[in-house]
Ligand binder design. Structure first.
Ligand code: SF4
Length: 523
């Protein structure tokens, strides 16, 4: 039922992006998995429940990018009553005859992201939850009934173009990039009923992105996201758009967004960055600026109302460069931890290990380990993991399988690296190479499950074997309090489920998959 005749501008995202995953940012990657036989209502209940609403049914929290668009419109002549940020299940209440435009932000609208490409095919094929929920949103009956203009932006909007589905989805304009004037112009034209260009490429310069032209958020983002830097500058060729030079958001702007976030009763802050440890660093050799990093982390930690802090990403070379910095930062973050391992408070952030192959490091990511050399990569990874673990910091590490021209020897080197990491605590996410938009490798062929050789399967298995060994008990302990049930699940239910799944996936992907599941269950 529409409240009145609708709001002029409605901003939203699919159900998988309008959830806090029970306050667990890292679980969001599960939305890249195929949905399997589970109905959407069930998944919305157990994996991605709708974000809290305010008294007027507007979303209390929303993806950071959507919050930025909202702020941009509010700073350019639109009023709060003309712009509503809402969960897709509430669209009926906000879209009506007065609605001129629906702006949708999406990270992965067609399931072409790394996780979707990898895990949807591994768990049996079919579309990812991300893709299914996006289709459900774009075909919402209120959009079909009232026919407002539909503008899709966000990090994954390029996928609509690449897959050529924008027209069939009824999208009027695909907005690629975040240049502020262009975004405002598109929304103004939509509100005036003008015809919109089908695709707009509005790449923002790094300098602009962190500065005054991008307004501060007006309301809190999901997981208390606050951006502290953009870009990276290490030039990994599979990465987009972080090939570009890094720009730090000034501390006073960061703290204003922290203030806005805590005022709206979010006690958690996610520091959004490609590399926490390089905040404030100016060196061309990527040596960290310990003083700036500590000042940032302490300022956020000392802000009234902040209880949890989660840095989104880090790189490993600065850890080896300055272990003292890691120790001091960890001391602050442990006091504001978001995660536990068993009963121990831990810190975690995502980091790219990518490969153990020196040849591939040299070829595609020669800047990743600066100020060190590509042939030191394996040593750096192991050393960094040691330093991090000594400070109760357990990384979430991604690895890439199937980079262009990757040979069996390259994968063997990655397996050797995994051997080096055997005794550390981390969470490993092996991913297929995907040629993302705007990266140097965008015209190369992505990896597919059908072309996985034995040794690549082995790498997948090894990573998940480690994960099960390191995290299974913690996962169960946090969900099952009764020790007898805990033991029964661990020793009977999981092996039984693994055996059953092994028969199904064994038939689908071959004997290796069956063995993999069994190995994981008994790790
Ligand atoms: S270090 Fe990470 S963020 Fe930076 S370019 Fe490489 S992959 Fe991208």
């Amino acid at each position: 039922m529409t409240l009145g005749s609708g709001v002029k501008v409605v901003l939203t995202a699919s159900a998988t992006e309008m959830s806090d995953y029970f306050n667990n940012p890292f679980v969001a990657f599960v939305a890249g998995f195929a949905k399997g036989p589970f109905p959407s209502w069930f998944l919305r209940r157990v994996i991605y429940p709708p974000i809290e609403r305010d008294y007027d049914r507007r979303a209390k929290y929303a993806p950071y990018g959507l919050r930025k668009v909202e702020a941009l419109l509010l700073g350019n002549g639109f009023s709060e009553s003309e712009v509503a940020v809402v969960h897709p299940t509430d669209l009926d209440a906000f879209i009506g005859s007065n609605t001129k435009v629906v702006g949708i932000s999406s990270m992965d609208p067609t399931g072409m992201g790394y996780v979707s490409k990898t895990y949807s095919s591994l768990v049996g094929g079919g579309e990812s939850m991300n893709a299914i929920e996006f289709q459900r949103l774009i075909r919402h009956r209120s959009i079909r009934t009232f026919k407002p203009k539909v503008v899709v932006g966000g990090f994954g909007s390029w996928q609509l173009e690449r897959k050529k589905v924008a027209d069939s989805y009824g999208v009027d304009c695909v907005l690629i990039g975040g240049e502020t004037e262009t975004i405002v112009d598109i929304f103004r034209r939509a509100v005036n009923g003008e015809r919109l260009p089908r695709v707009v490429r509005a790449e923002i310069s790094r300098e602009d992105s962190a500065q005054e032209s991008v307004p501060l958020i007006r309301h809190a983002a999901i997981h208390g996201a606050v951006e502290i830097s953009k870009g990276c500058g290490r030039n990994c060729q599979f990465c987009t758009p972080t090939m570009q030079r890094k720009v730090d958001v000034p501390l006073d702007r960061i703290m204003k967004e922290v203030e806005i976030t805590t005022t709206e009763r979010s006690s958690s802050i996610t520091l959004v960055t490609e590399d926490l440890f390089l905040y404030g660093a100016k060196s061309k050799q990527f040596t960290p600026n310990k003083k700036a990093v500590l000042k940032l982390v302490k300022s956020v930690a000392d802000h009234p109302g902040v209880e949890g802090i989660q840095p989104s990403h880090m790189s490993l070379a600065p850890v080896v460069c300055n272990p003292g910095m890691v120790k001091e930062v960890a001391e602050v973050l442990i006091e504001h931890n978001w995660y536990f391992h068993g009963k121990k408070a831990i810190v975690t952030s995502e980091t790219g290990v990518e490969t153990g192959s020196v040849r591939l490091m040299r070829k595609y990511m020669a800047g990743k380990m600066l100020p060190y050399k590509p042939d030191q990569w394996r040593e750096i990874v192991a050393q960094a993991f040691g330093i991090l673990n000594d400070n109760d910091w357990y990384p979430l590490a991604t690895l890439i399988v199937g980079l262009p021209e990757e040979s069996e020897e390259d994968v063997a080197e990655t397996l050797e690296l995994m051997d080096d990491l055997r005794d550390f605590n981390a969470f490993y996410v092996p991913l297929f190479f995907v040629p993302l938009e705007n990266c140097l490798l965008m015209h190369k062929k992505g990896a597919e499950i059908d072309s996985l050789s034995k040794i690549r399967w082995e790498l997948f298995i090894r990573c998940w074997e480690y994960n099960v060994r390191i995290w299974r008990d913690t996962f169960l302990e946090h969900r099952i309090r009764n020790p007898r049930i805990f033991n029964a699940v661990k020793t009977i239910l999981i092996p039984f489920a693994a055996k059953t799944a092994g028969i199904y996936y064994g038939l689908k992907h071959g004997e290796q998959m069956r063995q993999a599941l069994w190995k994981m269950a008994t790790a």
